[in-house]
Design a binder for this molecule. Structure first.
Ligand code: GUN
Length: 280
């Protein structure tokens, strides 16, 4: 049976450290502040935004929420971002994705001041990650790296297989593993021999958004398996991209869903917000 990598426990430790850091910063007159923007009423996005606000409260970080109607225009959203870019109480701006279809996500991301881009989605920050000289790391891949370190595994020289090539997770995840000298493969919907490729991996990161897609027979004995997926298959049932039941019998270490990568993502967002306040 695999070791369980509890993002819940690790994130609680990180948040405790950040709480003390925030308190120390306030003594020096630095008050970290985060603006969270949500457009429309996607229930999953609402849950994530609530968790982000709650984390700010727990850590003593100032936060503002902008809940805009699903009919918000591109101009209105860009105008809000411009206001937040110039607002001195706000160090970090997060626009919850996905946006309603009529809005252009790319130009919205590009409108955020890169110094306030705590998601690290702006092309300037994406480029910095590519060259390995960055202030902000995207929250989910950063949380995954923390959990890998926590499992005591060296990335250097290891076969790392990332399943999924999104801008939010797959691509930056591959880059972070590469920076630590992993031998990295990215798999996606057109990959021919998915099973054979995943089976080679010492470290597997699944970020495809398909419930229970990666099964135990695809995992090498003793591998570290990180599950980024959060799939709601019934009103009260969340499962990952990895079939935990079968994979946990073969893996050396594995993250649960929920309680794995999810809480780590939020802890990393808080870390980026504190960093943003320091930079500014
Ligand atoms: N939607 C899913 N994950 C994320 C994230 O990390 N940041 C934002 N802004 N939206 C998301």
């Amino acid at each position: 049976m695999a070791k369980i990598l509890s993002g819940k426990e690790v994130s609680a430790r990180i948040k405790e450290e950040l709480k003390q850091e925030v308190a120390a910063l306030k003594e020096k007159g630095i008050f970290p502040g985060l603006a969270v923007v949500i457009v429309g009423d996607d229930p999953a996005s609402r849950v994530y935004v609530n968790s982000k606000k709650k984390a700010c409260e727990d850590l003593g970080i100032y936060s503002e929420e902008y809940a805009l109607s699903a009919e918000t225009t591109q101009e209105e959203l860009l105008s809000l971002i411009d206001t937040l870019n110039h607002k001195k109480e706000i160090n970090g701006i997060l626009v919850q994705l996905p946006l309603p279809k009529h809005l252009d996500e790319e130009s919205v991301i590009q409108a955020i001041d890169p110094k306030k881009d705590v998601d690290a989605f702006h092309p300037v920050n994406v480029g910095k990650i590519m060259v390995g000289n960055y202030d902000f790391v995207p929250c989910t891949p950063a949380g995954v790296m923390e959990l890998i370190h926590e499992s005591g595994i060296e990335v250097s020289g290891k076969e790392c297989v990332v399943i999924g090539r999104s801008n939010i997770v797959g691509k930056p995840q591959a880059m972070l593993l590469l920076h630590e000298n992993g031998t990295v493969t990215i798999c996606h919907s057109r990959t021919k021999d998915l099973k054979e490729t995943v089976k080679r991996a010492d470290i597997v990161v699944a970020a495809v958004g398909k419930p229970n897609f990666i099964t135990g027979d695809m995992i090498k004995e003793g591998a570290v398996v990180i599950d980024v997926g959060i799939n709601r298959i019934a009103p009260k049932t969340l499962v990952g991209d990895v079939d935990f039941e079968s994979a946990s019998k073969v893996a050396g270490a594995i993250t649960p869903v929920p309680g794995g990568v999810g809480p780590m993502t939020i802890a990393m967002l808080m870390k980026n917000t504190v960093k943003a306040a320091l930079i500014q």
